[in-house]
Design a protein around this ligand. Sequence first.
Ligand SMILES: NC(=O)c1ccc[n+]([C@@H]2O[C@H](COP(=O)([O-])OP(=O)(O)OC[C@H]3O[C@@H](n4cnc5c(N)ncnc54)[C@H](O)[C@@H]3O)[C@@H](O)[C@H]2O)c1
Length: 385
Amino acid sequence: MKVGIVGSGSMGTGIAQVAATAGETVVIFDNNPSSVDRAKKSLDKVFNRLVEKGKYTQDQANEIFGRITFKSQLIDLQGSDIIIEAIIENLEVKQDVFKQLEGIVQESAILASNTSSLSIASIASACKHADRVIGVHFFNPAPLMKLVEIIPAVSTSDEIADKAKSIVDSWGKTTAMVKDTPGFIVNRVARPFYGEALRIYEEGIADFATIDHAMKTIGGFRMGPFELMDYIGNDVNYTVTETVFHAFYNDPRYKPSFTQKRMSEAGFLGRKSGRGYYQYSDDVEKAQPNEDKGLLEQIFNRILAMLINEAADALFWNIASKESIDLAMKNGTNYPKGLLAWADEIGVELVFNRLNDLYETYCEDRYRPSPLLRKMAKNNERFYN
Ligand SMILES: NC(=O)c1ccc[n+]([C@@H]2O[C@H](COP(=O)([O-])OP(=O)(O)OC[C@H]3O[C@@H](n4cnc5c(N)ncnc54)[C@H](O)[C@@H]3O)[C@@H](O)[C@H]2O)c1
């Protein structure tokens, strides 16, 4: 199969590696020659490292790398069976590229977008044959993150959705089908991990180190929310939150935080700028968390209840199946457990009561429990049998 990729940035390059490793012939196009050069060099380095680590022999690495060609003309994507677009996150630019692609590909080709925040319907609307346009959302870094969200728009045919899913499955990825709604599964359900942590800090309940410590030691998360925001970049993470907030017609559940906005404005972006919630230089002493067990539990229980509420609400609105929601959070963000299975483990009623307490304490819509949790708690139900 011939796979076309538009955009040789971090995502396009990663997706090219995934497809070529799975045996596909890959053509990657970018309109910026220096980005193409960078992509070539970075893939060369990646394959060298994989050889050093003993993952591949030099011959195997050469063979995989040899399946990728780098081009500077869109027309070179002609003959592709699937094209995955991973360019700048701008609707007009993406629509323009999709229009051009439609003019060069064969009728049976799938046109996919890796967009994180735009609606697939709006991208597809630029095409005459919108039925073959779909969202195929990889996570960063694409070769390492198992999850790919498959997002059919209202205009996508079932046949294209099934075909896109089976292609990505055959590349060894775990796919989750999800409705074309803001944030899809992961970028929607994960919002409270950051938002509620920031809120707890803003209320003066605990500092960054203590909140991170609670989520890691009690919850088993690999990184705490502030460590993760510093890793992702406060500018990037803030923009995702703001986009999801506006896309949900300013639902207070997703309201962005001033703390993060100011960090971003100050240039305290996290690891990439040397300073975020933490400072990343050897001469700065690491902040020590408060070890008060009661405090740590309070923090963990509050953030987890908000996460479970978000997962339950996504299920309530039929965004995806319960299995897909749990799988997505484990494979797209490395959560230690699926949130709905976690709710069963703790007890849905207890989670609901924790949320309801928050709702009554603050009288804010932000804390409203999902109707699904309310109903399940009342009927003593579980997500899984
Ligand atoms: N970075 C992430 O963590 C991440 C994760 C999932 C999805 N995404 C999505 O993937 C897409 C790409 O993100 P990225 O981080 O790889 O961006 P990036 O900035 O690293 O790369 C974008 C590339 O697209 C090229 N480009 C821009 N306009 C073009 C055009 N008209 N034609 C051809 N090439 C063009 C640029 O030269 C650049 O090389 C975005 O839609 C983003 O929302 C990003």
